[in-house]
Write a protein that binds this ligand. Structure first.
Ligand SMILES: [Zn+2]
Length: 87
């Protein structure tokens, strides 16, 4: 299946992307990685790369793709992307 990376906007096979879903913490909405693709609800797809994460954040792509309003915490997602990039 072909999906668009919300960072670089490339259309690629979704197996090369990580699914991102909305979560909540005490501060509000969060964007969280869903590497197994099993969590319910709306998802966005992103290359597990810092460059694409930055592009997605610059254009507020997660808010749009996940239909969220207000600030979105991305610390958990950023940490996950960094750990993937190190491998
Ligand atoms: Zn990308």
């Amino acid at each position: 299946m072909i999906r668009t990376c919300v960072g670089c906007r490339q259309r690629v096979d979704k197996t090369t992307l990580v699914r991102v879903v909305a979560g909540r913490d005490e501060a509000g909405w969060t964007a969280e990685p869903d590497p197994d693709g099993t969590r319910p609800g709306r998802g966005a797809h992103l290359h597990p790369a810092e460059r694409c994460l930055r592009l997605a954040l610059d254009r507020r792509a997660f808010a749009r793709a996940l239909r969220l309003e207000g600030p979105i915490g991305t610390d958990a997602l950023a940490a996950w992307v960094r750990s993937e990039a190190d491998e």
